[in-house]
Design a protein around this ligand. Sequence first.
Ligand code: NAG
Ligand code: NAG
Ligand code: NAG
Ligand code: NAG
Ligand code: NAG
Ligand code: NAG
Length: 367
Amino acid sequence: MEGHAVFQIFLISLLGSICLQNGYAYSEMENSTAVGTNEDGSSDVPKQPMGPDVFRQLLNQETLIRMALVKNVNSLMLDMVSLKNSVMSLQKNVEQITKVSVEDIMGLKLENKKLKNSNELLTEINWKQNQTISKLVDDVTDLKNEQKLYAKEMIDRDDYLFGNTSAALSELKTNFRVLSLSLVNVDNQSQDFKKRLNEVDKSLPQTINEKFSIVSEAMKNASNQLSDIQKRIGFTAGKNSSSSGWSSGKLVFEHVLFNQGNGYDPSSGVFTAPTNGVYVFYVSLTSYDTNTIYVSITLNGKSTVSAWGRGESGGSYRNNYYTRYQTGTNMAVLSLMRGDRVWVQYGSGTGYYSDSVPVTTFSGFII
Ligand SMILES: *[C@@H]1O[C@H](CO)[C@@H](O)[C@H](O)[C@H]1NC(C)=O
Ligand SMILES: *[C@@H]1O[C@H](CO)[C@@H](O)[C@H](O)[C@H]1NC(C)=O
Ligand SMILES: *[C@@H]1O[C@H](CO)[C@@H](O)[C@H](O)[C@H]1NC(C)=O
Ligand SMILES: *[C@@H]1O[C@H](CO)[C@@H](O)[C@H](O)[C@H]1NC(C)=O
Ligand SMILES: *[C@H]1O[C@H](CO)[C@@H](O)[C@H](O)[C@H]1NC(C)=O
Ligand SMILES: CC(=O)N[C@H]1CO[C@H](CO)[C@@H](O)[C@@H]1O
């Protein structure tokens, strides 16, 4: 193609020079036969005259040559135009190629830059990785050191342990045996316990019922016994003879008419409460003739109420009848604790009157 283009250019320049000598060029070919005319109009033709045939021949020849030449020139012109077009398209191509390659180069430069950046990035990453790796290496080293220390410690411990192995081991064995035995025991016991629990579960309502009925019966019995005791507590005792000179201490009612619960003691004249409760005490005391007698119902040594039989001495029998054998009475309701003591205590005066069917009496009962 290139060679062809060069050849075409050469042809163009040749053609150009031919065109410039237009109208004269043919002279070289024909100067032996035709007469040329110079630009200045002078003639190169020899001055010798020519015949008309020869001239006509020459003219024809010249016309033919001229036509061929014109034809050639035309075709050459066409070639030139196509050549020009080719050259232009070529130039275009070259421009395009140039453009493209510039763009490509720019792109390549960019890519190169990118690559450079990537490379820098990679380098950075590599550096970081290197750092990480070196840190890892450090860590691993630390770990190794630690492990060494640990291993040493373990060895030390092993030494320590092995020094005591047999003792420790036998102790462990013993402990283990004891433990397993006690485990078996525990298991047995728990099984036993479970069994018993089952039995209890089954018999529990029955047992409870049984126990409940027993307890309630016992309570009933106790309450019965209590009310029996309460029913039994109560006494009446009296003097079955008179005294003209009694003047101190407890008045002992030796003649017992009734003594349920045995609270009253006829030898001491003292009633001792067999159980807690509220009690009623009553004393009836008749003075000896015209004497005066003064007593009190005493709880643990402390007077509660008094009875006064006030006889009157002096005066005639007829005038002063009602002042002889005077009766004093009183009643006390007392709350006693079991073991509290109650009796009739001398206060003042002397003697008392009574009979075989007692007149002077002391009674008490629980309510
Ligand atoms: C990473 O470490 C290797 C080996 O130690 C070394 O050859 C390389 O240059 C290091 N790279 C960077 C970015 O530090
Ligand atoms: C545990 O129970 C089994 C059978 O129930 C008995 O053979 C064994 O002796 C028991 N062990 C102990 C430690 O009580
Ligand atoms: C209750 O009293 C009755 C009759 O005295 C007696 O048979 C029974 O055993 C007593 N029960 C209790 C639980 O004390
Ligand atoms: C008085 O009562 C006591 C005891 O009950 C008795 O021993 C005594 O004989 C009685 N005395 C008279 C005079 O009835
Ligand atoms: C043309 O004419 C000249 C002068 O007459 C002569 O010298 C020359 O040789 C001729 N050329 C040819 C090709 O005949
Ligand atoms: C050799 C050795 O390490 N002995 C040890 C065994 O165990 C006792 C305590 O159980 C230590 O006091 C000993 O030093």
